[in-house]
Design a protein around this ligand. Structure first.
Ligand code: SF4
Length: 259
């Protein structure tokens, strides 16, 4: 298994397919993964194989390490396009998430005021008032919605210790009033011998109906980029991704594609 864990609390910068030169902020432990999903395609590996032994970094640890790295980048480059909360799991699980977002915004203003701040989240915690408030403050509030079909979510995203109801989730996403980006993973292959391809019309059409309710500023369509824990998964084809993006655009929503 060639899945990867990221250093914590700061990693990169990396050249992201979707975001450009991205400096990573990993609020999870460096030696494992913590997430309210256990996606079969997760590049960090499966939850059971990645149980961390160390603690979450503190707010001070995160902000001090970020400032050191931003000063280095100011002196030696490169200029970041974006400071991205991602890493070894779900960033909004950090108990000081809101305060850390405030601190990152302040450091961004000091060192790279043109850089965007992005949060990649699986959306399971957007009902928490403090998480919702913090996500409203960042430039790119990027919310996962891989499908609106519950059996697929249970087989592929696999919520852990969390109640997941698509209609409630979509209603909450709509409360961002357009201040959100929806990210959707399209893939093919099998899980436990069952087909999990979500590129067909039976998945795409109902998903687009929910997108119309959410009315995001953008949709990011993407597919598997790195090795996955399950070798039975495959990338969605370029043709399928382009066709899906066209349908989103015809619904009047901006859509990007990463192959
Ligand atoms: S939501 Fe992201 S971090 Fe969590 S299991 Fe899925 S891919 Fe991995």
């Amino acid at each position: 298994m060639a899945t990867i864990l990221h250093p914590s609390p700061i990693f990169g910068p990396i050249l992201s397919r979707r975001l450009g030169v991205s400096l990573g902020i990993n609020l999870l432990p460096a030696d494992g993964k913590v997430c309210t999903f256990d996606c079969v395609y997760c590049e960090c590996g499966l939850n059971a194989e990645r149980v961390p032994h160390s603690k979450f970094p503190s707010k001070d640890d995160v902000l001090e390490a970020l400032e050191v790295r931003l000063i280095e980048m100011k002196q030696n480059g490169p200029t970041p396009d974006v400071l991205t909360f991602s890493g070894n799991g779900e960033p909004t699980l950090h108990p000081q998430f809101g305060d850390i977002v405030d601190g990152v915004i302040a450091l961004r203003e000091t060192y790279f005021p043109n850089a965007k701040i992005s949060v990649l989240t699986n959306s399971t915690r957007i009902f928490q008032p403090n998480v919702f408030k913090a996500l409203m403050k960042v430039d790119n509030n990027i919310l996962k919605l891989d499908t609106v079909y519950m059996p697929f979510i249970e087989m592929v995203d696999r919520p852990v210790d969390t109640y997941y109801d698509v209609d409630l989730l979509v209603a909450q996403m709509a409360r961002f009033k357009g201040h959100c980006i929806i990210q959707t993973m399209f893939l093919c292959g099998q899980v436990d011998g069952k087909d999990v391809s979500n590129v067909g019309d039976s998945f795409v059409e109902p998903w687009i109906e929910k997108l119309k309710i959410i009315s995001p500023k953008m949709v990011m369509v993407y597919t598997i980029d790195r090795e996955t824990p399950l070798r039975t998964l495959k990338k969605a084809s370029r043709e399928d991704l382009d066709g899906i993006a066209d349908k989103v655009r015809k619904a009047g929503i901006v859509c990007s594609v990463s192959y």
